[in-house]
Design a protein around this ligand. Structure first.
Ligand code: SER
Length: 313
């Protein structure tokens, strides 16, 4: 089937690379990128861009109709650390953006929706290692509450209205084209930029804080292969797992290539957020239901990051 795609939140860390990949896959004229703010020069010059507010239902409705959109990626959200500073604004943005697009899906204005959940949907009572697909959730961050609630809403629209909505629980994503903003896993991107720029990094998490992470290419591949899968049994917010590491391990991987690199640790409020999340998650259900395997380990990711990060970005 020919797809005509709308990405909402196209200028964020994941949205940027997803948009570029979708333009390759479906052709520039079939992909509409949208965001409240402008993105990187590559994103802005490689295809159509429309400025929109992810919570403006009428504006989004008009775009869905005008471009005869079949597939939507709702990537607009406030991440975990920023959300703790402005809980009600985060809740409002994250939930209104999702419910707006779900309602438009219920009206039949597109065929398929991708909405990302996160490891943040788990909480301190979830098993911390190899966290199962189905387990106690009970998140304690605003971001996590919005992600877990979002999963429930997606399930509701899928079962009540037959909407084809698909979800993965992303780990922290590492990439060099666009920096993340306001997340707890951001350190794993900042560390590479700082290693190249100043040979020094002060980490806001403690050295033994292991979190599930993933290199961007694997995250995009997981997303697109899930969306392309012909038929899933039922809605599920799939655990997907890439590389589990802590700040010390990523620093050691960097030191192998930049021996003079130094790291210090000054944990701040983000430590408590990280401590409430899993250290590793079990994605056997995702691997069983659709054909997906991550390709990047810590060493390979480190080589790509150090070769491509632009230190002055
Ligand atoms: N990367 C996100 C964050 O740190 C987690 O999904 O907020």
């Amino acid at each position: 089937m020919e797809q005509r795609v709308l990405i909402i939140g196209a200028c964020g860390q994941i949205g940027t690379e997803l948009t570029l990949k979708l333009r390759d896959k479906y052709g520039t004229s079939n992909v509409v990128a949208s965001d409240l703010k402008e993105g990187t020069p590559q994103l802005m010059t490689s295809g159509l861009f429309i400025k929109i507010d992810a919570t403006d239902k009428e504006q989004i409705r008009n775009i869905l109709v005008e471009f005869n959109i079949t597939q939507v990626y709702m990537m607009a959200a406030m991440l975990s650390a920023t959300a703790e500073k402005m809980p009600l604004r985060a809740w409002d943005l994250n939930m209104t953006a999702l419910l707006t697009i779900l309602e438009l899906g219920k009206e039949g204005l597109y065929k398929q929706l991708f909405w990302p959940s996160s490891i943040g949907a788990f909480g301190p009572n979830s098993p911390h290692t190899n966290t199962p697909q189905d387990t106690i959730m009970a998140p304690t961050t605003v971001y996590g509450i919005s992600k877990y609630s979002g999963e429930m809403w997606c399930q509701y629209y899928a079962t009540q209205y037959g909407l084809d909505v698909r979800t993965v629980r992303y780990p922290g994503i590492v990439s060099y084209k666009t920096k993340p903003g306001g997340g707890t896993t951001d350190y794993a991107v900042e560390i590479y930029f700082e290693a190249l720029k100043s040979r020094n990094y002060t980490c806001f998490l403690s050295e033994e804080t292991t979190l599930p992470m993933m290199y961007m290419d694997d995250a995009i591949e997981a997303t697109l292969s899930l969306m392309a899968h012909p038929k899933l049994q039922a809605y599920k917010a799939y655990n997907i797992s890439g590389i589990n590491f802590n700040p010390k391990e990523i620093a050691d991987a960097i030191k192998k290539q930049i021996p003079e690199f130094k790291i210090e640790y000054q944990p701040d409020f983000r430590q408590a957020i990280a401590d409430s999340w899993p250290q590793s998650i079990d994605d056997s259900q995702a691997k069983a239901d659709w054909d997906w395997q991550p390709q990047f380990d810590l060493e390979k990711m480190t080589s790509v990051m150090l070769a491509n990060c632009k230190p002055d970005m």
